[in-house]
Design a protein around this ligand. Structure first.
Ligand code: SF4
Length: 378
């Protein structure tokens, strides 16, 4: 059973740390884009096996009208066998949500709403260039519940400029009070030319405190958050994700468990039938190609057996449940522990990796240094 990823590249404004494939909303281009995406879905999903997830990611998919979201879900449903209980997620920014629009998205078929909130502290939101306030974010969550969403996720970020352990605790408490079913915690990563990085340097020169906490404090923020969320019934199932039992993101778990998915839209990636490809990144180029019947997929690669083993280890170790050695052996013909025992043994001794009952994985402290451990495989 596969997943479908639909990319919506438009945003109302551009956040100062964002390195995703997105651009400013342009109503004319958005109209063309929805037409093109509808055609792309029908071509890309034709002849594919049944699907049980759709994920609208971006960009800001909730900038589209509910009617457009409904039309794109229909295109999926009319092209392949979509499970009756499919998980259909819409990434939503709080400022694009209103009671009417949320009811519209629900009626269009969206079953899971994922709010990009980042912080419940207005002073932390401002440097990020987010256009919502903490109050609007909390109101949007309540409006989504009132609109009938029974599967609701919140994205938060830590290690923000000016953020302290106390302000992070307050953000977590406000999130917990809203009773989400799922929560993602992302560490702010500053890419080299991020406007936020330059703004932080300017602020520091002007005597304002927009610094990030020390590395070890960021680690404590992460570990403390996981404990607090677990006490609230939200269990860690992946490095950056916690959920109530039964509310893991079915779509994202496909990425981590070596599943297959088809991506439609500009810049979307697909992995299917032992091959991987991505679509052209620019929205205008994407629309032009679809309109003249030209292919949008580029960089098609065939995954060789060694690449598949490495990748399955890389992504599988992101999951708190780790890797089942027996399953892995069956799927890839390689016992993953024996194969990498020499590299992994030192981490086992340090308590960064665990191994029991035919599985192995990263401990929470291991997750903090996941990048170092995961490079063992490549
Ligand atoms: S809303 Fe999301 S995709 Fe858009 S600019 Fe901000 S972080 Fe990037």
């Amino acid at each position: 059973v596969i997943g479908l990823y639909l990319h919506i590249p438009f945003c109302a404004s551009i956040c100062s740390y964002c390195n995703f494939n997105r651009g400013l909303m342009d109503a004319g281009l958005a109209r063309r884009y929805v037409e093109a995406l509808d055609r792309d879905i029908r071509a890309a999903a034709a002849g594919k096996p049944a699907a049980d997830t759709i994920f609208f990611g971006g960009g800001t998919p909730s900038l589209l009208d509910p009617a457009d979201i409904g039309r794109l879900i229909r295109a999926c449903r009319e092209t392949l066998d979509l499970a009756a209980d499919a998980e259909i997620t819409l990434e939503t920014n709080p400022e694009t949500a209103s009671p009417d629009r949320l009811v519209g998205f629900r009626e269009a078929g969206v079953t899971r709403i994922s709010f990009g909130i980042q912080s419940f502290d207005d002073a932390e939101l401002a440097p990020l260039g987010r256009t919502h306030t903490a109050a609007r974010a909390a109101a949007a969550v309540r409006e989504a519940r009132a609109a009938g969403f029974r599967n609701l996720s919140i994205d938060l970020m830590f290690w923000l400029p000016g953020q302290t352990r106390d302000s992070w605790r307050r953000t977590l408490e406000r999130a917990v009070a809203l009773d989400p079913d799922h929560l993602s915690l992302y560490l702010l990563e500053l890419y080299p030319n991020a406007p936020l990085k330059e703004a932080m340097a300017r602020q520091a020169a002007g005597g304002l405190d927009w610094r990030q906490a020390a590395d070890d404090e960021a680690a404590d923020m992460y570990l403390e958050a996981l404990d607090r969320l677990q006490n609230a019934g939200l269990w860690q199932y992946e490095i950056s994700n916690v959920a109530r039992p039964g509310f893991r993101s079915r779509h994202n778990v496909k990425y981590w468990q070596g599943g297959e998915w088809i991506g439609a839209g500009c810049g979307a990636h697909s992995t299917f039938g032992g091959r991987r490809w991505r679509n052209v990144a620019a929205a205008g180029d994407y629309c032009d190609r679809i309109e003249r019947g030209a292919p949008v997929a580029i960089d098609v690669i065939t995954l060789d057996p060694q690449a598949r083993v490495e990748e399955a280890l890389f992504t599988g170790l992101r999951l708190a449940e780790g890797i089942d050695e027996g399953n892995f052996l069956q799927r890839f013909g390689v016992n993953p522990w024996s194969r990498y025992e020499r590299e992994l043994a030192p981490y086992l001794d340090d308590g960064l990796v665990w191994r029991r009952e035919g599985r192995f994985g990263l401990s929470r402290r291991g997750m903090l240094v996941a990048n170092d451990i995961l490079t063992t495989f490549v």
